[in-house]
Write a protein that binds this ligand. Structure first.
Ligand SMILES: *Cc1c(COP(=O)(O)O)cnc(C)c1O
Length: 399
């Protein structure tokens, strides 16, 4: 195995059933056994190369899982029907009645809502903490804490988690560090930096074409086996299983991820620098003005840059809405949630993806309603895009 994530993806050699250059798509929910004894072994998880039932595993899902494990340098992985399917399975697998989680307070709205509103049903509690304060994180750990949960690049404030230091804290307290790496595939390799479990929403950069949702959990063989266990595995029993046709299509898109990530980063860097020079309040980890810029540089796989996400604070929601409508009208991208698409997407997180977070908490964490979040696309002529966006910004009076 190479120590470069994209080499590991390139080196995967899968042959289709008829010698095809793409692996065949498994089109079955259940599988036959020539010998009855093998069925029992498979049930108990011991029969290598045998399949039981597609909620447990399927050839197409295993191909994609192994490719993502190779990318993340983990022993293995398990794909899920969505990012939330991956996240919720991990949390419910690790935590039970009375357990406690220390989570970053700036996480994806769905993850926040799950921890805040859903898991209390099982008497699992969460402390939401500023992930950039290692002291506060450590102080929040109790004897019931089972995990530290964070995003490598947080949504939508683009704060950077200090994964090596968080890992040290987790190890010291004998708990696990779970990192959602959705914003930064290839850029960060959390497992190498000390994370125990790496999660992605495949819906975003990894698939890149916004035609499906998907998720993955990357971790040790032992943990992934426990997730898939027929008697007590969250992935097996809650059933967030990805369909084989989708696993096959996402695997093909994964093959071009390295080229796309470089272009997303290059384009976003260009725009972030220009708009900052124009006097706008731009947040992008590639800018020297970003408070975690240096930390980012100690952790990243340099060739992929600083990612495709940036925010601009345009003062208030009315201006944000006006700007987004105008940019969509001028065909600069879509006013839509989600990210990692070939065209630029923009939304106002306070009223959309982070609307699950109560208003007082949004203010506390610096989530102003004038923030426009951009997921910059693969535009070939980014200077042209800059000029057209600048025209929109002038028109709504923010520059
Ligand atoms: C979108 C997203 C998720 C949820 O993934 P789905 O595929 O929509 O279920 C989780 N974490 C982050 C950071 C995301 O952007």
């Amino acid at each position: 195995m190479s120590n470069k994530p994209a080499n590991n993806i390139q080196d995967l050699q899968y042959f289709g059933e008829f010698g095809g250059v793409n692996p065949s798509i498994s089109d079955s929910a259940t599988y036959t056994f020539l010998h009855a004894k093998t069925m029992l072994d498979t049930f108990e998880g011991h029969a290598e190369g045998c399949y039981l039932y597609s909620r447990h595993s399927s050839p197409s899902n295993l191909y994609l899982s192994e490719a993502l494990a190779a990318m993340e340098f983990t022993e293995t992985a398990n794909v899920a029907a969505s990012g939330m399917g991956a996240i919720t399975s991990v949390i419910l697998q690790v935590c039970g009645v009375g357990d406690h989680i220390v989570s970053s307070r700036t996480i994806y709205g769905g993850s926040y809502a799950f921890l805040k509103n859903f898991v209390p049903k099982f008497n699992i509690s969460t402390s939401f903490v500023d992930i950039t304060s290692l002291e506060k994180i450590e102080a929040a750990i109790t004897s019931n804490t089972k995990m530290i949960y964070c995003e490598a690049i947080s949504n939508p404030l683009l704060e950077i988690a200090n994964i090596p230091e968080l890992s040290k804290i987790a190890k010291k307290h004998n708990i696990i560090l779970v990192v959602d790496n959705t914003f930064s595939p290839l850029i960060f390799s959390p497992q190498k930096l000390g994370a125990d479990i790496t999660i992605h929403s495949l819906t975003k950069f990894i698939n890149g074409t916004n035609d499906t949702v998907g998720g993955v959990v990357c971790g040790t063989q032992e943990f992934i086996d426990s997730l898939r266990n027929v008697n007590n595995g969250a992935a097996m029993l809650l059933g967030p299983v990805m369909d084989s046709l989708r696993a096959a299509s996402i695997l093909k898109n994964l093959r071009t991820l390295h080229i796309r990530m470089k272009k997303h980063s290059e384009n976003t860097m260009y725009l972030a620098e220009r708009f900052e020079q124009d006097g706008l309040k731009v947040v992008y980890p590639g800018l020297k003005s970003h408070k975690d810029h240096n930390l980012f540089k100690t952790m990243y796989n340099e060739e992929y840059g600083f990612g495709g996400m940036m925010t601009i604070n345009v003062r208030n929601l009315a201006k944000a809405n006006e700007l987004m409508e105008l940019m969509q009208h001028d065909n600069l991208g879509y006013l839509a949630v989600s990210l990692g698409f070939y065209k630029t997407l923009f939304s106002a997180p306070g009223t959309s993806t982070s609307s699950e977070i109560p208003e007082e908490e949004q203010i506390e964490m610096g989530l102003s309603d004038g923030i426009v979040r951009f997921s910059i696309g693969l535009d070939n002529d980014i200077e042209r895009t800059y000029r057209a966006m600048r025209k929109c910004m002038k028109q709504v009076g923010i520059i």
